[in-house]
Design a protein around this ligand. Structure first.
Ligand code: AMP
Ligand code: ZN
Length: 137
């Protein structure tokens, strides 16, 4: 896509700090990291978000995820790591080329607030939700 920031990073017209590249994916440092080692992994084939991602693109992308996570872990010894993907502006997506964030965690008190409130569902409600999703698989 000619006007996509991350497609331009892949083709080299916009600079990035490359960590890994193969036939299918590209990994680079987030330009505004929320923690040391914050990395983005993207498919070379443009797709806006998870909803638009073909299965083979997902397979090739996630095949590399453990390698990236373990390299960050070995480099900086975080005590945990979040892998996060925002889909849609309402979910916090700002760049509309799918990307998986790797966010190493160093300290529970570091101020990174990635927690959310849980809700109490009855087993009937859980079954109803599951059935609605299953009907659309
Ligand atoms: P999201 O909000 O999930 O769409 O995440 C987009 C991420 O892309 C943010 O964390 C930005 O800091 C990052 N970002 C934006 N422009 C660049 C760039 N030129 N190089 C590297 N990371 C970028
Ligand atoms: Zn793109």
């Amino acid at each position: 896509m000619s006007d996509c920031l991350f497609c331009k990073i892949i083709d080299g017209t916009i600079p990035s700090t490359k960590i890994y590249e193969d036939e299918h994916v590209y990994a680079f440092t987030d330009i505004m990291p929320v923690a040391k080692g914050h990395t983005l992994l993207i498919p070379k084939q443009h797709c806006q978000d998870l909803f638009e991602m073909p299965e083979d693109v997902a397979r090739n992308l996630y095949a590399v995820a453990p390698k990236i996570a373990n390299a960050i872990k070995a480099a900086f010894q975080p005590i945990g790591m979040n892998t996060i993907n925002n889909n849609g502006a309402a979910a916090g997506q700002t760049v509309f080329h799918y990307h998986l964030h790797f966010i190493p965690r160093y300290d529970e008190k570091e101020g990174l607030n990635l927690n959310w409130q849980t809700q109490k569902y009855t087993s009937e409600q859980l079954i109803e939700v599951a059935d609605s999703i299953k009907a659309n698989l």
